[in-house]
Design a protein around this ligand. Structure first.
Ligand SMILES: [Zn+2]
Length: 377
């Protein structure tokens, strides 16, 4: 594979040896960087504090107490720590459902943090305060781009949801919202009114019916499942299989590290296990990789840039090690973040020989600990 100016320019056996840097990948799997389609990155310092939290506990302690304690500087540190943990685990793109964008200063800090982190990020703004905020999100066109993270018409009001989706479309921004689907959901009405489209990313959808799944898949709407958190918090069985039966390909997310790991290997494995139990088939393990890469990228508006290894795409590439017979299925079934050997984002090597090159993960964790103590006090 030849990478020039951040772009994959050729893949094949007889490439000219013109590169300045050569990386030997023999014995390893070379694959697209993983795409985390749903993560509340600001919670990175709070890892593990919510192992036994119910959803109401989570709303009160995390989205209430902790979030309100975050200053803009805290938000910067938190997303930098989250970016470092993601990169370390082979995640090269994230949709950050960014609850911390509560003031313009917080938003500046979050964007700053990502600029320093080197992770491809869609900053899903949760509270744009007007046209200027939307313009600024739409103007970001590098490694960090903008999106909207809205309450949505299932958990918020119909009118607000419709207005926010229209605003996002005016500015060309992808839109993500939490939703369960199921009886009484707003999606049939959105379908009737012609509001469904591939720029919408519905997260969780544990109650989605087969009819609803077909309607969403036909309209190209993205569904993101976060099976670890959904099972740990009791949201229900993953919608992955229901969506698959309808011809849809769900994206995967880590969601929150307060009660789930910071990597996509476990969501991939949970997806494989749930799908094999549900279908009673040997659903191919390697198939899950496409959900954590290509379908993830498409679901957050980055399908043209990343999510696969092909000439013309940005060079978001990882090398994973540790398999006696390198295969995609082996990656899904048996690997962990410790097996991520090399990580390249936009052509820049950010992890090599198992070590992050530009970010000091240990120092960020120490700083994050102090923030966590203060935020939860
Ligand atoms: Zn979420």
């Amino acid at each position: 594979m030849l990478i020039e100016d951040g772009v994959i320019t050729a893949i094949g056996k007889d490439l000219p040896h013109v590169a300045d840097t050569r990386i030997d990948a023999s014995g390893k799997v070379v694959m697209p960087g993983l795409v985390d389609a749903h993560r509340h990155v600001w919670q990175a310092p709070l890892r593990g504090v919510g192992a036994d939290m119910t959803l109401p506990d989570y709303f009160r302690l995390i989205l209430g107490r902790a979030l309100s304690a975050y200053s803009p500087d805290d938000a910067r540190l938190a997303v930098l720590l989250g970016a470092a943990e993601a990169l370390d685990a082979g995640i090269t793109s994230v949709f950050d459902w960014s609850n911390t964008t509560v003031t313009p200063e917080h938003t500046d800090a979050v964007v700053d943090g990502y600029a320093a982190g080197g992770l491809r990020t869609v900053v899903g703004h949760a509270a744009p305060s007007g046209e200027a905020d939307l313009q600024r999100l739409a103007a970001m066109d590098g490694l960090v781009t903008g999106g909207l993270a809205i309450m949505g018409p299932q958990y918020g009001s119909w009118e607000d949801g419709v207005r926010e989706i229209a605003a996002a479309r005016e500015f060309g921004l992808p839109v993500s919202m939490h939703a369960s689907g199921g009886p009484g959901s707003p999606f049939p009405r959105m379908h009737e009114e012609g509001l469904l489209g591939p720029d919408l990313n519905l997260v969780h959808m544990n109650a989605m019916t087969p009819v609803e799944a077909r309607m969403l898949a036909d309209a190209g709407v993205a569904v993101t499942v976060t099976p670890v958190v959904e099972a740990t918090m009791g949201h229900g069985v993953s919608a992955f299989g229901t969506f698959l039966d309808a011809g849809g390909h769900a994206a995967l997310g880590t969601d929150v590290v307060v009660n789930a790991p910071a990597d996509l290997f476990e969501p991939m494995r949970d997806t494989l296990r749930f799908e094999r139990m549900r279908s009673g088939t040997m659903y191919p393990a390697a198939q899950v990789l496409s959900n954590a890469t290509l379908h993830g990228a498409r679901s957050i508006g980055l399908g043209g840039k990343t999510g696969s290894l092909e000439a013309g795409k940005r060079a978001d590439v990882i090398l994973v090690d540790g398999l006696s017979h390198p295969s995609g299925g082996g990656v899904v079934a048996s690997l962990t973040p410790a097996d991520v050997h090399t990580v390249i984002v936009d052509g820049r090597v950010v992890k090599r020989d198992g070590r992050l090159l530009h970010l000091d993960l240990a120092a960020l964790r120490t700083a994050g600990l102090e923030l966590a103590r203060r935020a939860l006090a």
